[in-house]
Design a protein around this ligand. Structure first.
Ligand code: PMP
Length: 395
């Protein structure tokens, strides 16, 4: 039987740099002791107090269908949080609660892209981006950023790519690079969006993980609230990846249509999960800082370790739970480096090539194991790279 193009063409075929990840997972399942630095998942579980709130809510009977747009309580809580952080007036009518940030990314693209429209995204990119745009029926078109610019996108490159495009997807703090977009970068992006009449889809799921600089939501920039859809999530900020709770924040009209989409796709998010999320958000910024603290610590450890060598370059590690290491001086591709590292030292990292072409010759390291093991693994990676670079130089 024939399947739809939409489903069969969602992801590109061929090797996509994820082989090393699947190999690491297989080795782990076979009992090999692999140091796993691939995926962005905390090494802690959801906090006991949040689980209690979830339990109480479920036992009080919140196990039936919840309100499709989200409970009033959670929509109000998200709106208040966003307004407090940005100063932009936000009410529950600007908020749709979704099953995680991923579903919010999909919903945002469905809201603004018609079949055949171009949805822009920036390379390197979070793995699901092109498939999400294609899944929404649009054509996904990447814009390259460059290691030489520390992966800050250039407004002129977006402008050049904007013919036929209806949307631009950005992510700051960024996965996979760890870069936080500067005010200048965001002003440039906003100017192109206004000039070329683009929707801006702003993935801010790492907004509580900022180590250097300031997170700026582009919704705060001149005339941008009317054309920006912000994607948020409880996953990273509150270690609630498995709870699947996120949101889209945008103009009321967009949200009213997205409620229709939610009615016909997800039919909402479980009430007890939403109550747990409301509880977690009301625990305040100290709690969020506690969740972010291990990554802040490991990032500081990494900066020290990397300062004592000069083979590996560190892309400015300004936010999120990853380090992007420039290993081009070894003469290897990110894929070659990651595969050899796994074979010889049982350490699994992601090749830069898994996130597009712009991060070739890099590897992404997730800071998701306890400090001592993390520091030891990073030292091993440095020694390994130094050995490779010396042989490369002698070739
Ligand atoms: N955006 C980015 C940049 C991510 O890294 C992730 C998860 N790794 C998501 C969105 C989706 O997160 P979730 O669906 O768990 O909210």
């Amino acid at each position: 039987m024939k399947l739809s193009q939409r489903i069969t063409h969602m992801t590109g075929g061929g090797s996509d740099g994820w082989d090393v990840f699947y190999r690491a997972r297989r080795l782990i399942s076979e009992g090999h002791p692999i140091t796993e630095l691939t995926i962005g998942e905390h090494d802690i579980r959801t906090d006991e107090t949040i689980l209690n709130a979830m339990d109480i809510s479920a036992r009080q009977g919140n196990t039936g269908y919840a309100m499709v747009p989200g409970t009033d309580l959670l929509r109000d809580t998200v709106a208040a949080r966003i307004q407090a952080r940005t100063g932009v007036k936000t009410t529950r009518h600007n908020v749709l609660i979704t099953p995680g940030g991923q579903s919010a990314l999909f919903a945002a693209h469905v809201a603004v892209c018609d079949p055949g429209d171009i949805g822009l995204y920036l390379d390197p990119y979070y793995a699901t981006y092109p498939g999400t745009i294609r899944g929404a029926g649009a054509t996904a078109q990447a814009i390259q950023t460059s290691a030489a610019d520390a992966f800050q996108p250039r407004a002129e490159d977006i402008d050049t790519a904007a013919d036929g495009a209806v949307s631009l997807l950005i992510n700051t703090p960024n996965n996979p690079t760890g870069v936080v977009y500067s005010q200048q970068t965001l002003e440039g992006i906003a100017e192109v969006c206004r000039k070329r009449d683009l929707w801006l889809i702003s993935d801010e799921v790492y907004d509580t993980q900022v180590w250097e600089g300031t997170h700026i939501s582009p919704r705060t920039l001149l005339d941008m609230a009317e054309r920006t859809l912000v994607v948020g999530s409880m996953s990273k900020s509150h270690a609630m990846t498995g709870s699947r709770c996120g949101w889209v924040v945008g103009p009321e009209e967009v949200i009213s249509h997205l409620i229709n989409l939610a009615t016909h796709t997800t039919y909402g998010v479980p009430g007890f999960i939403q109550d747990a999320a409301s509880f977690a958000l009301n625990a305040g910024s100290d709690f969020e800082e506690e969740i972010a603290a291990p990554f802040r610590r490991r990032r500081a450890l990494a900066v020290d370790i990397l300062a004592s060598q000069n083979t590996i370059g560190l892309v400015p590690a300004q936010g999120a739970m990853y380090l992007m290491l420039d290993i081009r001086s070894t003469g290897m591709s990110g894929e070659g480096f990651a595969n050899t590292l796994l074979d010889t030292h049982a350490i699994a990292v992601m090749p830069g090539e898994s996130f597009g072409q712009a991060a070739a010759g890099h590897v992404r390291v997730a800071m998701t194991i306890e400090d001592d093991r993390f520091a030891a693994a990073l030292k091993t990676i440095c020694d390994f790279a130094t050995g490779l670079a010396e042989s490369h130089a002698a070739e």
